[in-house]
Ligand binder design. Sequence first.
Ligand code: FES
Length: 189
Amino acid sequence: MTTATVTPRGTPGKQAEKKPETKAGKKPGNQADKQAGKQAEKNAEPQFIPNIVVFACNWCSYAGADTAGVNRVQHSPNFRIIRTMCSGRVTPGFVLKALQLGADGVLVSGCHFGDCHYQFGNYRAVELFEKTKGLVRTLGLEEGRVRLEWVSAAEGSRWGEVINEFEGQIKALGPSPLNLHPKRSGQTA
Ligand code: FES
């Protein structure tokens, strides 16, 4: 004679041994497994890694990037930073040259209004950036490939957010048509 163990709630032992259900409430080995398999296949496909150039002003944004590093803020490493003395120094020519050389996106970053060490440099940056956007459009590129942001020396976490956001934006746009050798995950060089 067999005796069924009864849990405190009155569930027979055999039922209690049933395999656990997934988070989605579905049994393993069914649709959820197939979806997981498809996701794994997708993950195995080489992913586009954007080539991003960042022009950061010496006094605020470059120091903000430094703060992010000191505070171990997690952000994408897929960018190259170029230090300029002021965001107002970043002419359209700088941005267009970066795009011409294969950048998928260009970020210009400087001090908040009122914090520029040259007083009105970031106001000048706004004017220059408007011209840059116009030229980017004229070249047939998406306006979203360029961005202007203000990050102070103390805003390490904001720096990380801006970098991650911009990377997501460029990933959504895909490789620039001017980038003849877009980088994919798994590539060594
Ligand atoms: S010094 Fe940072 S924007 Fe001018």
